[in-house]
Write a protein that binds this ligand. Sequence first.
Ligand code: COA
Length: 348
Amino acid sequence: MQRSRIAGIGYYVPKNVYSNNDLSRFMDTNDEWIQERTGIKERRFADRLEETTTTMGVEAAKIAIERAGITAQEVDFIIFATLSPDYYFPGCGVLLQREMKMKEIGALDIRNQCSGFVYALSVADQFIKTGMYKNILVVGSEKHSFAMDFETRSRNVSVIFGDGAGAVVLQPTQNENQGILSTHLHSDGADAEILAMYYPGASANKWLKDKPGYPDKELGGLFMTTEQLESGAALPYMDGPAVFKKAVVKFPEVIKEALSANNLTEKDIDMLVPHQANLRISQYVQQLLGLSDDKVFNNIQKYGNTTAASVPIALCEAWEEGKIKEGDLVCLAAFGSGFTWASALIRW
Ligand code: COA
């Protein structure tokens, strides 16, 4: 069966840089705390009015498409991963199709948060392998800044996340020594509520017995009272320490699963590109796998956690810096809300 390969890759980050000290103008936090716990020095925030998750995705896609040596008209399927879509519905895939004046091709949105890009890549890989599509555009993009609360009550969440986008074009290859070797996807919904944004949603209070819910109406009710909005019910919630504990188990597990599925070991990895959740998580995983510094790529220091965009941004930067070369074994791994986690092994 033919494999799929990354034929083009690109990323885009907004020009507005916010350092840790900049954030301390809005909330009770400081550079030392943020760097020590997360490794983050600064992040980018999109222009509030001009930039959206879709428009950032378009900028990354333009570069990936050009590097793949095709035109936007030749893309035959779009997969768009995000947790911060421009609209509640429709998804960003169709907005990107419109913005890039593409043909009337299929567009699929993936909502798998931090592992969204690796899930999207896996879906694209299946379509290429079966021969259904030849040029799939896979995008991960986030405009977190629009939904974050920059008050002290939300400081454990809002210092971590940043905005940006990454994209790849996947094409078939007949070269047996190149391409995606395998992808591995997992989920465990037992702790779905510990890293989540509950509202707006259709659950009312079914899963959230102790949280403020919607007005108790026989029908309808998809609106919130001012009191609920002010109480922070519509803000992202994260139990950071619980996420940390699970992440450091699932990252190495899913990386080892990918290696063993291909009869490879940690020693064969040329570059590990982990989802940029927290520098301490990456360093812990690196240590567990016994990888040297030059075999793990991190850029959370500059961009924070960009969720579905973090893996393609990091992969693209590593490649642009010459740290990934033809023939290298590249491992992508991600973990996040859901929980969902995933890995992909690629012969570059
Ligand atoms: N600035 C200053 N102090 C802060 C702060 C901030 N931005 N955020 C939290 N604190 C305070 C807390 O209020 C708490 O104070 P207290 O001890 O007086 O109650 C203290 O710091 C410790 O909080 P805690 O949440 O236990 O810290 P932590 O060491 O676990 O670090 C995270 C918090 C969020 C950095 C860490 O848990 C983490 O990175 N978890 C993983 C998160 C993640 O990866 N999310 C993305 C998933 S893909």
